[in-house]
Structures are given as structure tokens and as C-alpha cells.
Design a protein around this ligand. Structure first.
Ligand SMILES: Nc1ncnc2c1ncn2[C@@H]1O[C@H](COP(=O)(O)OP(=O)(O)OP(=O)(O)O)[C@@H](O)[C@H]1O
Ligand SMILES: [Mg+2]
Length: 242
């Protein structure tokens, strides 16, 4: 499981409030499925890590799909549930996973995160879908993070579950101007933050490029007008993790 908490996390108050409300439902004994989606680098993983980091006492299991490993059967489910002899049938693996989740939630609320589900192996996705579809009165919150919930790599059953009315969908957009201001160690003037936001929305609408821009802008106390110099700088912005 990755370390939780990002020291410089900013904003996303509405999304965090929605996640908190879902967690209250889970505490009351109603399992919940949450979909977090959005473009690469928009802050999906950061949001969920931050949510978990500010809810001490929660038990959380975290698995993530990996682009290079999407052909490794059960590579993702194995991060949640380890057995010595993995059965070949995804439904059997799903049943085992369901039993394990049931045992864990006896000890308190449980959050299961499947990050980058679009890169998870198909066998794992079938097994996870099987288990999540059978949650009844469990105190379990499942958070599925994907870039595009309509991605055809995702099995139809999972896409249907993610599109269901009972699933909470949190689609992330770029940070707003005040949030961009918060990314800088030194306060950015509103005018500078607005221009930076407009720029990062156009080229790469993700918080990490906004943060890099904010750091540079605060060093120079200005963001170049929507002209050549900032565009050149933007080219040097390190890419988001893809
Ligand atoms: N609200 C935020 N406050 C501060 N930094 C943020 C925020 N959201 C994201 N970041 C930073 O932006 C970068 C990209 O965020 P993150 O990895 O969460 O994106 P992602 O949507 O999960 O991307 P991917 O689809 O590639 O997995 C990270 O360095 C992260 O720390
Ligand atoms: Mg991510």
C-alpha cells in the first residue's frame, strides 16, 4: 500500500465531502461503490490517498493496475488477496476475495481501492467485479479509479456496475483559481494564478504542471502573458506520471 497523505494537497473540498458522506453510509452498514475518473495527472490517486490519510483508523487495501503487467493473470487481485494456489477461475478467486473482505470488515470499515483499473489484468477485473457485485450489508467502500470508465478494456460487467445509479461518480476536473494559488509556497497574486490556470488547462490540465508553474511563477513573481515565453517554459515542465 502506498504511503498516504500529500503534504501540499490543496482543494477538492467538494469531492472530499462526497467521499466522507459515502463513508458515513458505509459506517451505517451500507456498502458503497465509488468511481473516480478523469484525465491522466488530474489528481485521482492524490485525492483518494488524501481522503484515506485524513480518516485515521480506517482499514484500507490498495491495488493498482500496471500498464506493463496487464497480461499477468491475477496480478492486481494478488495485491489484495494472496493465496498460495490461485484457482484459474475468476469466479472462484472472486468468491475467495469476497470472503476475505467479509472477514476484514468484521473489524471495522474497510476501503478497497483499485487504482488504474484500466491497466489491471482481465482475470483480476472479473474476480473483483464478482466480489463487489455481492456486497450486501458489508461495511465496505470500494473505490475504482480509472481514466475513462467507458474504456473497452474494462469488462462489461464492471462498466455496468460503474454506470449504475447506486455508484457515486466523482469526475475530476482541473483545480480552480484559489486552489492553484494554494499550490505555491508563497502566495500567488490572483491575476497570476488565473493565467496559470488558464495555461495549464490549455496545455496539460493537471495539478502537477500547475504546481511546477506556480513554483516558477512565485520565483519570478510573474507568469508570462499567453505568449511564447511561457509556452516555451511549459515544454520544460516534467510530464505527469503516465
Ligand atoms: N489536489 C492536489 N493538490 C496538490 N497536488 C496534487 C493535487 N492533485 C494532484 N496533485 C499532484 O499532481 C500529480 C498528479 O496527480 P495524480 O498522480 O493523483 O494524478 P492521476 O489522475 O492519478 O494520474 P494518472 O491517471 O496518471 O494515474 C501528483 O504529483 C500529485 O501529487
Ligand atoms: Mg493515478
Amino acid at each position: 500500500m502506498p504511503p498516504y497523505g500529500i503534504v501540499s494537497f490543496v482543494g477538492r473540498a467538494a469531492e472530499l465531502a462526497r467521499l466522507d458522506a459515502e463513508l458515513d453510509e458505509v459506517r451505517a452498514g451500507s456498502p458503497r461503490i465509488v468511481l473516480v475518473d478523469g484525465q491522466p495527472g488530474i489528481g485521482k490517486t492524490a485525492l483518494v490517498r488524501h481522503f484515506l490519510g485524513r480518516s485515521p483508523g480506517l482499514t484500507a487495501l490498495w491495488a493498482s493496475g500496471e500498464q506493463n503487467e496487464s497480461r499477468l493473470s491475477y496480478g492486481t487481485v494478488d495485491q489484495l488477496y494472496r493465496t498460495d494456489a490461485v484457482p484459474a477461475d475468476p469466479l472462484e478467486v472472486g468468491a475467495g476475495l469476497l470472503e476475505m473482505l467479509g472477514d476484514l470488515q468484521d473489524r471495522g470499515e474497510l476501503v478497497v481501492v483499485v487504482d488504474d483499473a484500466h491497466w489491471a489484468d482481465i482475470a483480476s477485473l472479473h474476480a473483483i467485479t464478482f466480489a463487489l457485485r455481492r456486497l450486501r450489508a458489508d461495511r465496505i467502500m470500494a473505490i475504482v479509479i480509472v481514466r475513462d470508465p467507458a474504456d473497452h478494456h474494462l469488462p462489461e460487467g464492471l462498466r455496468r456496475m460503474l454506470a449504475a445509479e447506486s455508484t457515486l461518480r466523482i469526475s475530476l476536473a482541473g483545480l480552480d483559481v484559489e486552489e492553484v494559488q494554494g499550490l505555491s509556497e508563497t502566495p500567488l497574486p490572483l491575476r497570476v494564478a488565473s493565467r496559470l490556470r488558464a495555461h495549464t488547462r490549455k496545455s496539460a490540465p493537471c495539478p502537477c504542471s500547475a504546481r511546477t508553474g506556480a513554483r516558477r511563477a512565485s520565483r519570478r513573481s510573474r507568469v508570462p502573458a499567453a505568449g511564447a515565453s511561457f509556452v516555451r517554459d511549459a515544454g520544460a515542465v516534467p510530464p505527469c506520471r503516465l
